[in-house]
Structures are given as C-alpha cells and as structure tokens.
Design a binder for this molecule. Structure first.
Ligand SMILES: [Zn+2]
Length: 508
C-alpha cells in the first residue's frame, strides 16, 4: 500500500461507516418513534445485525496496514489527514485490545442488567439490581485493564466519553466547582424569594407544539426543511445525515416547562449536528469531539439562552399569546419561576445551581467503585450520605436514590462527568462570546438569536471533531477548561435576581 492508497482506503472506509451509521440511526429512530409494538423484536434483530456489520468495518485488519504506512509519512499529512489517522488509530486500538469474549459478556451483562435495574427501580429495591451491577463493574474493570491506562483506572472509562480528560484534571476542576456551588447554594437559599406557582393547565399538545415550533424557528434549527419534531417518552436528538437531523420531545398536559426547555435543549443538539463540517465527512470529523461538548451546546440553548431574562424579554408576549393561561403571569414572575432553585433528589429535574452537584456525587462514587475501594454493598448508603451532605435531602427509597439513572445498568460508568463538563464548557464559550460580542444579550433581548447561532457555528460547530474536547476549548477561548466561568455565570445570575438587562432596555 502506498501513502495515497492508504489515505484513500481510510477515507472510503469512513464513507462506508457514515452510510451504515445513517441506516442504523434510521432504524433506531423508527423503533423509538413510529414502529408498531409487535415489530420491535424484528427491528431489534436488524439493528443487532447492522451493528455487527459496523463493528466488522472497524476491525478490518487492512486498517492496521494503512495506519502503518501512514505512520511513516505522518509529517507530510495535512491537518484533516492527521486527524483521520488519529481517529482510526484510537478506534482500531480500542477494538483490537478488547477480546471478543469480553465484549460479548459485557453486552449480555448489560441486557440482563437493564432488565433487573427496571425491576429493582419499580420495586424500590437495590438488592434486585446489586449482583448485576457487580457483574458490570467486574467486566468494565477487566476492559480497563485490557485497554490500559495511566494513573487512575477510571481514566480508561472516562476516555471513552471525553478523550484526553483524566481523573487528575477532573478532581481539581470538580473540587473548585463543588466548593463554589455549595457556597452559592447556601447564599441563594438564605435569600430565597417566594416564587409563584406556574399555571396548571391543561395545556393541549397542539398549543405546546406551536410554542416549541416558534422557539425552534427563532433558534435557527431547520426542522421543516432538514429535520423533524416528534413525540416520544424520553426525548433525544438523532442525526440521520447532513440534511436530516431529528429531535423528539414529550408533552405533559399540566406544564409547558418540560416540553419547552427540553425542546430548546434538543434543538441545541440539533443545530450543532446541522452545522457540522459535513463536506469533510470522509475524514470522520463530522461529529462532536465528545458528549460533554455536545451537551455544552444543548445546555447553552436550554439555560444560558432559554432561561435568560433577555430571551423572554423578547419572546414572552409571543408565549402569552400562544399560551393564554400565562397572561396572568408577569415576565418577572415567569423569569423567577423557570429559574427557581430547589435542592432535590432527582438529577433530571435539577436547576442550574444544583445540577452539577448531582454529577459530582456520581463521579465520586464511580471512582470508588471502579477502583474497588468500595463494594456494591456500600453504594446506596454512600449515595444517601452524599445527598444529605451536599444537597440536604435524603431519598426515602432506592428508586429516588441510587436506582434513578439507567447509566450504570447500561454499562456507562464514566459518562456522568460529561453532563457537568457540558455546563462548564458552555459557560466558558459564553464568556468568550461576550468578549467577542459585548452586546450579545441586548441583541437577544431585541429578539435576534442569529448572533448566537452564528458565533457558535463559526467557533464550535464548524470544527466538528477536528480537535479533542480540551483542545477545542483552548482553541476557542485561549485557555484550558476553567470552572470559574460557570461559577461566575451562576453567581451573576442567581445573586442578582433583578436582571440588569431590564434597565438597559428601558433606557432604549
Ligand atoms: Zn443532551
């Protein structure tokens, strides 16, 4: 194989992977959204077959041959070609190091584990899930040993979700974050205002749909020409290709907040996918560098924009027109309502101030369980202890405690930090955005979200996976990940409950 042949081989391989990926995503979307209940098993088998085909593509031994050829002339390659080589090396190494039997055992343990996790959660009884969690932890420990790691064993798992991130870095980042959040939480709770209860509805689905379409349009998500919005139980976003990025949402009759903010969240993911460098798809860079970076974009639209005073200064009258029950709620009251801080047991319902504390609790426990410092017997008590210490709340049973998330049953130990990192990356991008465009929030308050869209597109979206997560943050903001931007953002927002933007706008 010559250098040119090797490059061509990898690019062709990537194109085939992209095609298969689109088909897999299509089947997955169909199963989640429209497939009739009796067809699920049939489609499940097809999905299994397609995933095996995809896996085969990535373990082709000729990849190794091509990588060896290109390793010799790596200095002659351009930035895209180098990244192509790097992405394939990671993938190939990863796949080669883990024995097939271990992969099979792990997927079996996950399938069984999820079944028992569901049963355990329904019964509120951790004991039902415990032996299966132990099995999953054992297998992930084995996997980490095969893959190899430096420092803490957790690094091997973390690397799957946040390339280049380590316990050594994260411990420092989360330590600053934890102290900052605990102090802020105490201040906010000491100075808590009475927040009005939101209107109870009922809010028909069609009414909520109109509101969501209105906001998604303003954000710049092209769902009519190049996407879709459908209803499911648990909302997600999926890319079926460059011109087909679909979001899902869930409508609750008694509240508009859930569908509104989760749609803006998914819309943030969708805009990212639509703005990827699709013309360079053959280099494998038309994806996000990590789940944390992806999450930074969804949370940007959900919280930094969607829960800002500026956003509703612009659009609250439209919301009131679409949802008449809000005509009795002032803009100020609405702003306080959607930014109410309440320490709670459930991560997915947490506000901006407490959310990352839920993640830090999981991170601290995951490190101990994967290193073997604590056994599965000790997890629920430790969980409850940490909730009491950090958030001042205690689960009544395991369902609202240690069993609330599916991630561990899904074999996704090492994933949780990505959620908190999403908040941190987002705030650091926001800081840079305000440096570049000082009046960005005034523009938002005037009803124009295109400045936000364009800045994110140019600085984050269009790079795709050209940089690793840490490199991207440094490239865009000129410094490594710094949790103080998130803390500053929260302090300014939550300790200054009368937003400054009101005054500026009032003066013209
Ligand atoms: Zn998300």
């Amino acid at each position: 194989m010559t250098k040119e042949e090797a490059l061509l081989f990898l690019k062709e391989k990537r194109k085939t992977m992209n095609v298969l990926n689109s088909v897999i995503s299509m089947v997955y979307w169909d199963m989640e959204v429209v497939a009739p209940i009796e067809s699920i098993e049939h489609w499940g088998e097809i999905l299994g077959y397609l995933s095996a085909q995809y896996h085969q593509l990535t373990t082709d031994t000729r990849i190794e041959e091509a990588l060896e050829v290109l390793a010799v002339s790596i200095q002659e390659l351009d930035q895209y070609e180098k990244r192509l080589v790097e992405i394939f090396s990671d993938l190939y190494q990863q796949n080669k190091k883990i024995p097939e039997s271990l992969k099979r055992d792990l997927s079996m343990a996950i399938a069984v584990g999820k079944k028992y996790w569901k049963k355990a959660k329904e019964a509120g009884d951790y004991e039902i899930f415990k032996p299966h969690l132990k099995r999953i932890i054992d297998l992930l420990q084995q996997q980490a040993e095969f893959v190899g790691y430096q420092g803490h064993i957790y690094n091997a798992l973390l690397d799957d979700y946040e390339k280049g991130m380590t316990v050594e870095v994260l411990d420092g980042v989360f330590a600053t974050l934890k102290v900052g959040l605990l102090n802020l939480l105490e201040e906010v709770m000491n100075d808590k205002h009475l927040v009005m209860d939101p209107p109870k509805g009922p809010f028909p689905k069609e009414m909520q749909e109109e509101l969501i379409y209105f906001m998604l349009d303003k954000m710049g998500y092209r769902f009519r020409e190049a996407g879709r919005v459908d209803e499911v139980e648990h909302p997600f976003t999926i890319s079926l290709g460059p011109k087909d990025v679909r979001v899902t949402t869930h409508y609750y009759e008694d509240t508009i907040e859930s569908a509104l903010f989760s749609s803006m969240h998914e819309g943030g993911h969708a805009i990212y996918e639509q703005n990827m460098p699709h013309e360079q798809a053959e280099y494998g860079i038309n994806v996000a560098p990590s789940t944390g970076i992806h999450e930074s974009q969804s949370r940007f639209y959900e919280n930094i924009i969607g829960r800002s005073y500026s956003c509703w200064h612009a659009f609250y009258k439209d919301l009131q027109k679409i949802i008449p029950a809000y005509q009795g709620v002032s803009l100020e009251e609405f702003y306080q309502m959607v930014n109410d801080v309440v320490p709670s047991l459930i991560r997915t319902e947490a506000d901006e101030v407490t959310y990352s504390l839920h993640i830090i609790i999981r991170y601290e426990i995951e490190k101990l369980m994967i290193s073997g410092e604590i056994g599965v017997d000790e997890i629920p008590a430790l969980w409850n202890e940490k909730y009491k210490e950090y958030l001042g709340v205690e689960p009544k049973n395991d369902s609202e405690g240690v069993l609330q998330d599916v991630h561990w049953a899904d074999g996704m130990i090492g994933y949780f930090p990505s959620y908190a990192l999403g908040n941190l990356y987002g705030a650091q991008f926001y800081h840079q955005m305000k440096k570049d465009i000082p009046d960005v929030m005034e523009t938002v308050a005037a009803g124009d979200l295109s400045v936000v869209f364009n800045w994110l597109k140019e600085n984050v979206h269009s790079h795709g996976n050209l940089y690793k997560p840490g490199e991207l943050v440094e490239y865009v903001t000129g410094e490594p990940l710094n949790p103080n931007y998130y803390l500053d953002y929260l302090r300014e927002k939550y300790l200054n409950r009368k937003p400054a933007i009101t005054m500026r706008i009032a003066k013209g």
